[in-house]
Ligand binder design. Structure first.
Ligand code: UD1
Ligand code: UDP
Length: 375
């Protein structure tokens, strides 16, 4: 590794922080010089600062403060802000995470400036281009120099899109590293007491545009959640997106329904750990519930994380099928069809990614034999 090599991580949204923390920590162990660029896509303390504190992430070297906007406006602000940062710092490698607009913008900027890039969580596909994230995934993978895959099916998706297999490394899932690191701190009791729930309860998170942006979809969704609340108390740590629309559709505090602000990482996972059921449209929550063995009902027509269905506790539902699915899940508990958890979701993805990055910075030829090597 050259002494002066600099790795920059571009982070903007809540799930980015969770995925990056193990990679940053493992690169620190290897003595790699690095910095975090926070785009400011998420900016509320409960969507951003709390994750830096809970995950032990270092202070960003820059915060672009791009904030919210339409896709075009937000992406335009990201592009100009990131171009300035990349020009100023001239990094050796830029690492991007997941599928948010900050990820896409960083990849575009770096491609034009000829800055090498690595994508953590490459190759996930919902095959639904109406999801903004799917567009971000396809473009990001097409332009990345190093691609880190979290599950085996990602490898075939990348191969089918013609990505050079020499760039691809199967490393496991750093979001699960963060979960494993947090496990000793996960205590349901304090957060349950604060939120006034105990015994059997469900946790719901809702933020996908397809669910919350359109008033008719929001109403259908809320009606389904209200039916679940007739079976079990439901706590909803509500993402700011669609908050008003969901409230207009009837998602308001009721005897068996508690709407709260988004929770910090440790509080949220503590609450989930004590739950009988999770209802969600999140990507990451599908993965975390699989590892925690909590039944998860995902209100989406598809998932880019099918391994959480085949090797986990996740089931896809529609608003119409949610109430019956909840009743069944509450009766059956968690059932993992294959009896096996996803391969390499073992808490060591961050170190694997860091070793590949360090080798790449040294200019090592990453031969097929070294790719995805797990030792
Ligand atoms: C983004 C990602 C999505 C990811 C989610 C994680 C894109 C296209 N979408 O969606 O893939 O699952 O983050 O949470 O990148 N807002 C606040 N405070 C904040 C941030 C957002 O109030 O700190 C509100 C604003 O009204 C904003 C809306 O949430 O307009 C949406 O924020 P945005 O970052 O555009 O997309 P998300 O829905 O958060
Ligand atoms: N999360 C959290 N507090 C909450 C809801 C979610 O800390 O109130 C965490 C969750 O544990 C996971 C991440 O946020 O690690 C997932 O983010 P989100 O659902 O916003 O995004 P997605 O994964 O859908 O892109």
């Amino acid at each position: 590794m050259t002494e002066n090599a600099l790795v920059l991580h571009v982070l903007g949204a809540r799930p980015n922080f969770v995925k990056a923390a193990p990679v940053v920590s493992a690169l620190t162990e290897l003595g790699v010089r690095q910095g975090i660029v926070h785009t400011g896509q998420h900016y509320d303390a409960l969507m951003s600062d709390v994750f830096f504190a809970d995950l032990g992430l270092p202070e960003p070297i820059a915060n672009l403060g791009v904030g919210s906007g339409t896709h075009a406006r937000q992406t335009a602000a990201l592009l100009t802000g990131l171009e300035d940062v990349m020009t100023e710092h001239a990094p050796s490698l830029v690492v991007v995470y997941g599928d948010v607009n900050s990820t896409l913008a960083a990849i575009l900027v770096c491609a034009k400036l000829h800055v090498p890039t690595a994508h953590v969580e490459a190759g996930l596909r919902s095959f639904d281009r109406e999801m903004p994230e799917e567009v971000n995934r396809v473009v990001t993978d097409a332009l990345s120099d190093l691609l880190f895959a979290t599950s085996p099916e990602a490898l075939s998706h990348l191969a089918a899109e013609g990505v050079d297999p020499a760039k691809v490394h199967f490393v496991g899932n750093p979001m699960i590293d963060s979960l494993f690191s947090a496990l000793p701190s996960l205590d349901p009791a304090p957060v349950q007491e604060r939120l006034g729930v105990s015994g059997g309860y469900a946790v719901a998170t809702l933020h996908r545009p397809a669910n919350v942006d359109d008033p008719a979809s929001a109403r259908e969704l809320v009606d389904a959640v209200l039916e679940v609340a007739e079976q079990v108390p439901v706590v909803v740590p509500l993402h700011p997106r669609g908050r008003q629309r969901l409230a207009d559709a009837g998602l308001v505090d009721r005897p068996n329904l508690k709407i709260v602000d988004p929770l910090g990482y440790v509080d949220f996972l503590s609450l989930v750990r004590g739950a009988a059921l999770v209802v969600t449209d999140s990507g990451g929550v599908q993965e975390e519930t699989t590892m925690l063995g909590i039944p998860c009902l995902t209100i989406r027509p598809n998932t880019e994380r099918p391994i959480t269905v085949t090797h986990g506790t996740n089931r896809l539902v529609t608003p119409a099928s949610l109430p019956a699915a909840a009743s069944k899940a509450l009766a059956d508990g968690a059932a993992t069809p294959s009896g096996e958890l996803p391969p390499l979701w073992d808490g060591a993805a961050g170190p694997r990614i860091a070793r590949v990055i360090a080798a790449w910075l040294r200019g090592d030829n990453l031969s097929p034999a070294s790719r995805g090597k797990v030792s």
